[in-house]
Design a binder for this molecule. Sequence first.
Ligand code: PEP
Ligand code: MN
Length: 263
Amino acid sequence: LVSRKRRPEDTVVHVGEIPVGNGAKSIVAGPCSVESEEQVRQVAQALKEQGVSLLRGGAFKPRTSPYDFQGLGIEGLRILRKAGDEFGLKVVSEIVNPADIELAEQYVDVIQIGARNMQNFELLKAAGAASKPVFLKRGMSATVEEFLFAAEYIVSRGNSQVMLCERGIRTYEKWTRNTLDISAVPILKQESHLPVFVDITHSTGRRDIQLPVARAALAAGADGIMLEVHPDPSVALSDANQQIDIPQFNKFMEEMRRAGFVT
Ligand code: PEP
Ligand code: MN
């Protein structure tokens, strides 16, 4: 069902009234984790000022270490929704438990499924029964084929509104957090009709190369990019080393506009 052979034309995902994959480039931005109402408001306001309509923020955080910040849970979803409503933004947040999907639908506009859960088949099935679009991230050790089969799980359960996100894969390289598999972008576009994103933050883990990586992703045919923005990354409760602050985000958006990728 996700194959281009079955459906030659691009799927446009509708996040409320916001189209994704219609030729314009989409940007999903926001903090790694939702930490407080004020933190999310500051980022939401910056997005609004830059004309970005998709706000992200993690409420359920699938952390590698059990001792790391695990997220605010439902309270985080509530904070995100409130900021989204205040600034007229659509909100994207990761759900990790199939039992939370129904509840999440009351708060989020897009259900994110993270890299660590790309093959959580019960979660994929629950997302396939949801009435909200799904932002599916590639597993850090998943092949492109496995990634597409994960999307197939969702679409085959009745939810055709799926966005794919390349977020880097594990290699021996240490100077980036993951290795961005840029060739996955044109391959996914060729093999599938679904919109394709690149997460320029988790793929690189470096804030100094966000702009060239974003340009490469969009030049390779990506429909959009995801990036992490935090009012003060140095005190962030997760991913402090890779998030950009608001002035950096403003500069990033200016450069993207100058390069003609966004209007
Ligand atoms: C995220 O986007 O919040 C995240 C945890 O990324 P990933 O699942 O790609 O590691
Ligand atoms: Mn993060």
